[in-house]
Design a protein around this ligand. Structure first.
Ligand SMILES: Nc1nc2c(ncn2[C@@H]2O[C@H](COP(=O)(O)OP(=O)(O)OP(=O)(O)O)[C@@H](O)[C@H]2O)c(=O)[nH]1
Length: 599
């Protein structure tokens, strides 16, 4: 066991792409934690999708041995935290397991919205913070300006910020020394009853659930019987160890240490993050202050394009849910789409990641219905119903009023794009709360309906600012507004998967935009197809798709039967991505594209 004075636990906080993973790699490499020949880029990003998108999703951890200039051997435990707004909750919880943070800011970019959001989590967790100015190898680096910005905007001393190039290795040694000299050692009592914080957990197909723990007091040994204090369940610890970053078994974890345990736990759901783990006998009575469990905020339906793949879809969803307690699902039937699942996510990125994994890892083509938030429907009899799916909207005559979730959005943007950002927020029913400047960048704070953000707000924001804006949000509660359910009818049949909740004042505009889009997205058939948007029984927009006879084999004159067959096969394959509604085929992409707004 390592003495407390020789342990440092820290995380790295940064805006996306400012170099957190590269810096972590460099710290691991320069301390020879991983042999050079085994080093691959972005050691900490384990999932394929993460690597492809360059986004760190699951918090990971690594134990680094470092001999400092003072001649002593230290253990540095790094927790890697996710950098995306959807995963803000994971950032906040993992912060409580460590004492300090490296605040990485790209010296060519400066402070961004997620720099702020993440550093506030660190400040909330009482961290000692060491600012690191990264990418100083680039000609555009402006360390003095960025240091000043850190002081002005965040309000922490940046005079001793470390200047680093995680790419070339400049400043890595100084960073390691700063971790040892500037961050505090953890506290804890060796001979007190065991008190360990459950920091994270995930499913491994060989080992079952792996639990990441931070020992606060006492000792944890292989073979111990431990109790999860929230639900009282008792488990036999069959393995404990640390991450280097590969899992390495050890015999005992003591105060201040971070490591893992396995105990034949079957589901991630059985391990509540924030729970306190203690010994079954002679355990502590004082649990650590609990963490709130993360709640899904965005819901959508996932249906197989090919109904025969429903069981495969169920299987894939169940497997993914085993490893992700914040992903929820329940079976759903839709008149138009058949059997599928209504799924809940932490945000849009979370949704995309899960959808991609189902399509890619399980090879199932999916139809994703419009993402929706949870509305509180206040009924006339005083009861409140939670609406996860616009298709389930109760009869309006029983509804008193509807409340929708709102967020506080913080956007940082260069001056020249400010006008476009304000317009975008205004168009999305935003209420401006604040507008300040940090150098040549404006920081705007808006109160916005979450519903207006979940769909394509990021995309729009990126496009109107040419990618220069950064964005972060937090939920602030529910508020009443004048909301209605808009249905879409194709060939006089309602397509429930296209139902959305909209603001009454915008319903007509949105309805018109949707039917126009659908007219372009639905291929012509051999008959005329009316496409309508309606509220209750009232049609508010209408387009008609005219009839056409499409004979793909017409150009194959002569008797070339193979060519003809090939064309027909191609057409059949094209059909696979379509869904039939009554007599009409609607292509899969229509469900998403029709809902994108142009403003
Ligand atoms: N020139 C230069 N490029 C760097 C440096 N550090 C990181 N990069 C590059 O910046 C990009 C983003 O770096 P990452 O380490 O993936 O950033 P991140 O903050 O971990 O991003 P997320 O994991 O998505 O949050 C990559 O293309 C890196 O190669 C640096 O010091 N100099």
């Amino acid at each position: 066991m390592t003495p407390l004075e020789n342990i440092r636990n820290f995380s790295i906080v940064a805006h996306i792409d400012h170099g957190k993973s590269t810096l972590a790699d460099r710290l691991i490499q320069s301390t020879k934690t991983v042999a050079d020949r085994d080093m691959k880029e972005q050691m900490l990003d384990s999932m394929d999708i993460e690597r492809e998108r360059g986004i760190t999703i699951k918090a990971q951890t690594v134990r680094i041995n470092y001999t400092a200039d003072d001649g002593q051997d230290y253990i540095l435990n790094l927790i890697d935290t996710p950098g995306h707004v959807d995963f803000a909750y994971e950032v906040s919880r993992s912060m409580r397991a460590v004492e300090g943070s490296l605040l990485v800011v790209d010296s060519t970019q400066g402070v961004e919205a997620q720099t702020l959001a993440n550093v506030y989590h660190a400040i909330d967790a009482d961290h000692e913070i060491v600012p690191v100015l990264n990418k100083i190898d680039l000609p555009a680096a402006d360390c003095d300006r960025v240091a000043e910005q850190i002081e002005d905007v965040i309000g922490i001393d940046a005079s001793e910020a470390i200047r680093v190039s995680a790419k070339t290795g400049i400043g890595i040694k100084e960073t390691l020394e700063a971790i040892v000299t500037r961050l505090p050692a953890p506290k804890g009592t060796l001979d007190a009853p065991l008190k360990a914080m459950l920091v994270d957990s995930w499913y491994d197909s060989y080992l079952g659930v792996i639990v990441l723990v931070r020992i606060m007091d006492g000792q944890l040994r292989k073979g111990d019987r431990v109790r999860m204090m929230q639900n009282g369940s008792v488990h036999h610890v069959d393995r404990i160890g640390v991450f280097r970053p590969a899992m390495t078994e050890i015999d005992v974890l003591g105060p201040g240490e971070l490591g893992f345990l396995t105990a034949s736990i079957k589901q991630v759901r059985d391990t509540r993050v924030g729970d306190t783990i203690t010994h079954e006998k002679k355990g502590t009575d004082n649990a650590l202050p609990g963490f709130k469990p993360s709640q899904p905020v965005v819901f959508c339906g996932l249906f197989p394009v090919d109904a025969a793949e429903f069981e495969d879809l169920r299987d894939s969803i169940e497997k993914l849910a085993l490893n992700d307690a914040s992903f929820s699902y329940e079976m759903e039937t839709s008149a138009a789409l058949g059997f599928g699942f209504r799924c809940g996510f932490l945000g849009l990125l979370h949704l995309e990641v899960i959808r991609d994994r189902i399509e890619r890892e399980y090879d199932i083509d999916l139809i994703t219905t419009a993402p929706s938030v949870i509305y509180d429907i206040h009924m006339k009899d005083g009861s409140v119903e939670q609406l996860h799916n616009p298709a389930d909207m109760p009869d309006l005559t029983h509804v008193d009023h509807i409340e929708e979730p709102r967020i506080k959005a913080t956007i940082l943007v260069p001056d020249e794009y400010l006008g476009d950002v304000l317009k975008l927020c205004q168009d999305r029913r935003g209420i401006q709360e604040n507008l300040t400047y940090a150098g040549s960048r404006a920081m705007v704070v808006y109160d916005l309906p979450l519903n207006e953000v979940v769909f394509d707000f990021y995309d729009r924001l990126k496009s109107v600012t040419k990618g220069y804006a950064s964005f972060d949000y937090q939920m602030i509660g529910y508020r009443t507004d004048s909301l209605v359910k808009m249905s879409i009818l194709v060939n006089d049949e309602p397509v429930d998967a296209l139902s959305t909740m909209v603001h009454r004042d915008r319903a007509e505009m949105r309805g018109r935009a949707m039917v126009e889009k659908l007219k372009d997205l639905i291929p012509r058939h051999m008959f005329k197809i009316p496409i309508q948007a309606a509220i209750g029984g009232k049609v508010i927009a209408r387009e008609t798709l005219s009839a056409m006879r499409k004979d793909v084999t017409a150009k194959c004159y002569g008797g070339d039967a193979t060519r003809k067959k090939k064309l027909l096969e191609k057409q059949k394959a094209g059909k696979k991505k379509m869904r039939q509604f009554g007599k009409v085929d609607i292509p899969q992409e229509a469900f998403i594209s029709a809902l994108k707004m142009d403003s």
